[in-house]
Design a protein around this ligand. Structure first.
Ligand code: PMV
Length: 307
């Protein structure tokens, strides 16, 4: 898609969970940050011919009128929800166009980012101005289709587009820090189903509760470390969080190998991000030069460096 056309589109960022995935489902805090350079785009465009309304997306493989899709289809559901909520009908002729550079089923919040981009496109077309909380709450309705019983961390960080300390059922708390963490995001290339992994953690509950509580206390310590720019401590807490995620059985061999390569190459911390058992991982380097060296080693080992 060319840049000029994209300028008419609304958009939303991908996200990464720095601390607390899985534990957030059980009311423990988590920390997530937006990844503004990886984005989903959407536009609601009026058509002039009498050819009806279609949802069109090359990146998610869609080209159909909403009512030709299953009733629980996320984009169909979202358009219905928006029409109802704001009392606006979709244009009779036109299209919802969606583009996304965020890998799907890989722990980067692709589903929530597509939802938020669509909500913003709808708001743009009808000159509405929902606040971040309302955008987040609308996207949460669709997260339920993707995830079953989501914690809400993905839709919240994406709607607010700023680093947040998140506890389920409480307002998001923005984390203020005055410097950019040299963070690298890379993909194992393995797709994994969030819904299945979340279910397997639930299956082992309450036996795994002590691990989940320990992850929660890591998130609390990490929030203070981020706030006070203590980079070595942030890295150490990421490694500790990963060890606990392995105990929860949500990591996997190839992921652990990539994390070991990153640490040997000088990473201060490295862990999976999102549901796990594949998908993406997040690495904290001391600075941009070290980040480059780590990225080269990971690429040579077969990881796809995203950022
Ligand atoms: O893999 P993702 O991006 O769908 O993230 C899931 C995060 C979990 O904590 C595992 C689930 C949740 O609802 O918070």
């Amino acid at each position: 898609m060319d840049k000029k056309r994209l300028a008419q589109f609304a958009s939303a960022a991908a996200k990464t969970i720095l601390f607390g995935e899985h534990a957030v489902v059980y009311g423990q805090p988590g920390i997530a940050i937006p990844l503004p350079s990886l984005r989903a785009f959407a536009a609601l465009i009026d058509g002039s011919e009498d050819d009806g309304f279609r949802i069109v997306s090359k990146s998610i493989g869609l080209n159909a009128p909403p009512d030709a899709l299953p009733e629980t289809h996320p984009q169909r559901k979202l358009l219905e929800l928006l029409s109802q909520r704001f009392g606006k009908s979709l244009p009779r002729n036109g299209r919802l166009e969606i583009e996304s550079s965020i890998p799907v089923a890989a722990g980067l919040g692709s589903g929530a980012a597509v939802s938020v981009a669509i909500i913003r496109a709808f708001a743009q077309r009808f000159e509405l101005s929902p606040d971040e909380e309302e955008v987040s709450e609308l996207a949460f309705e669709i997260e339920k289709i993707y995830h079953g019983a989501p914690s809400g961390i993905d839709n919240t960080v994406i709607a607010y587009e700023q680093p947040i300390f998140y506890t389920r059922g409480q307002p998001a708390r923005p984390i203020r820090s005055n410097w950019q963490l040299p963070i690298l995001i890379a993909d194992t290339g393995i797709q994994a189903s969030t819904i299945d992994i979340v279910a397997s953690v639930r299956h082992a509950y309450p036996g795994n509760k002590p691990i989940i509580d320990a992850i929660g206390s890591i998130s609390r310590r990490a929030a203070a470390a981020i706030h006070e720019n203590r980079i070595d401590e942030i890295g150490a807490l990421m490694n500790e969080n990963q060890r606990l995620l392995q105990e929860l059985n949500v990591s996997c061999g190839p992921l652990n190998q990539f994390l070991a390569i990153a640490r040997r190459a000088g990473a201060l911390g490295a862990k999976l991000t999102g549901a796990g058992r594949g998908g993406n991982f997040v690495v904290l380097a001391r600075n941009d030069a070290e980040k480059k060296t780590i990225a080269e080693k990971l690429t040579r080992a077969g990881a796809i460096v995203r950022l």
